[in-house]
Unconditional design. Sequence first.
Length: 297
Amino acid sequence: MTTNLRRRERTDWLLNRIFKATGLLTIAVLGGIFFMLLYNSVAFFLDIDPVDFFTGSQWKPGGESAGYSILPLLASTGLVALGSMAIAVPLGILTAAFLSELAPSHLQAILKPVIEMLAAIPSVAIGFLGIVLVGPGIATLFGLQNGLNALNGSILLAVMALPTIVTISEDAINAVPDSYREASLALGADRWATLFRVTLPAALPGLIAAVMLGLGRALGETMTVLMATGNASAMPRGFLDSIRTITATIAIEMGEVPYRTTHYFALFAIAAVLFIITLVINILGETLANRLRKFHA
């Protein structure tokens, strides 16, 4: 018994150190990425006024009249991300509620694998569908020359974010104790009132986490928006305008930009801004979810 106990203690000590080292390594890698972006961004701002970078009107690197303003790219990224969330969030949460609360077991067995398979579709394939299927449909519907615009990107990103939102939302809804539903039904509420006034509010912290992860998926996607949004680095006026996101700009220009030039450092600067935005969104989402958990507890 003593030998077995010592072995167990040694195993626990070793596993504890391994998990701790893994967590510290993750933090170190994240910090290294941030400081690399920060270092190259500082080199950029030594040449370009930060005010021009954040308030200028055009992204036009190179040439005599070069402009390095992130504003059109930031507006395009926000437009397509918010558009995708406007589609994916209600559709994803309602789909999760249907699967968890209303769908019969045989229908669940069909729908859940189909939704999860959406996550396995390569982004380049979804972008191709946007070019040959969704884009022409948008062009026909609105009388445009082509459908490569923010609306096209929003629809495609919504499809890509759906598996994440549906899966996490369903887990959050399933985690709501059955006693909540039973108490609501015992007080005379029907299934719909119980779902929308009891179950979904109780699952709100998990739903917020699902939305934040879906938003992160939309903000970080590259290939789909590169293929399906038109790649026009101008300030968008609406969803029917062609746009270029931050990720698409980095993917297009990083492979051809001369090393350690102003243009080169500018790409690190816009990457740093996107990194900070994503980090802030995740922190705010986690903070809000924790507060709601304490409120419901």
